[in-house]
Every structure is written in C-alpha cells, then in structure tokens.
Design a protein around this ligand. Structure first.
Ligand code: 5GP
Ligand code: ZN
Length: 138
C-alpha cells in the first residue's frame, strides 16, 4: 500500500501514530479530530495516500463519502446532533493543513458557536455567468 513516510495521516493509517478510531473498512479509517470544532468531530481518510481532492482515486473518494455518511447517520441518535457538516479543504488557500486527503464530519448542535465563514450576498450577474462559462463541462 502506497504510504508517504513523512505524512501524518499515513502514519496514523499504518498504526505508527495513535488515533482514536471509530470506524474502518477496506479503504478508509475514521478517527477523532484532536482539535474538535464540536463534540464528535471526526476525520475520514483513505488508507492509500493522496494529497487532496484533485488527486484522490475516484473509488477512494466514493469510499470516503460512504464512510462519512455512515458516521453522520449515527450522530443524531448517539450524540444528539441536530445537523452535520461535511468539509473538505483542498489546498492552502482553502485552509488545508494536512496534505493527505480527509473529510471532516462535524456534528452540529442548535446552540453551537460555528458560523458560516462568508457573508451570503448576491453576486454580479455577469461575473457569475463568466465563471459559469469557465467551468462549463466540468
Ligand atoms: P485540514 O486543516 O487539513 O482541513 O484538517 C486537518 C485536521 O487534522 C485538523 O482539524 C486537525 O485538528 C487534525 N489533526 C492534525 N493533527 C492531528 C493528529 O495528530 N491527530 C488527529 N486525530 N487529528 C489531527
Ligand atoms: Zn498520507
């Protein structure tokens, strides 16, 4: 299995560094985040190293998404969560700090302190259309 010797999450996947695991399958491991945004914040990683969303193997991404859904589905009952956020940061500009793909699964509570990091407001029509043209076709 491809592993990067200096990668923190590869070392967790290999069992060389400790982590509090709550779920695993053939392709993924889910463990507690050491700096939780809310009670029950976990990370889902592929066992196989890939840097980020742009590089992850599609099957691994699907497996991570399924594992994220699996753990999210128990959060209302087991943690009394009122909602869940999935968050993936891809690149430094997007807040990524650990460069082994991971999905944050963050239980949300009605009274928790988390807030949207942007202020929603209408964009300029032409700027939206221009961005859409740039993205067309995926
Ligand atoms: P990012 O900022 O890349 O989206 O998320 C990295 C996450 O990994 C952060 O939420 C951070 O708290 C978590 N993290 C960093 N180092 C460790 C570690 O050694 N163990 C665990 N369990 N989580 C870590
Ligand atoms: Zn890695």
């Amino acid at each position: 299995m491809a592993a990067e010797p200096d990668c923190l999450f590869c070392r967790i996947a290999a069992g060389e560094l400790p982590a509090t695991r709550v779920d695993e399958d053939d392709r993924t491991i889910t463990f507690m985040d050491i700096n939780p945004a809310t009670r029950g914040h976990v990370l889902v990683i592929p066992r196989e190293h890939s840097k980020d969303l742009l590089e992850i193997d599609a099957e691994d991404l699907a497996a991570v998404t399924r594992a994220a859904q699996r753990i999210a589905q128990v959060m209302p009952e087991r943690l009394d969560a009122d909602g869940v956020n999935l968050l993936n940061s891809c690149g430094r500009a997007a807040w990524q700090t650990v460069f082994h793909f991971h999905m944050h699964v963050i239980p949300r509570y009605d009274a928790d302190p988390l807030r949207l990091p942007w202020t929603p407001g209408p964009g300029e029509r032409e700027a939206i259309a221009d961005a859409a043209r740039a993205l067309e076709g995926g």
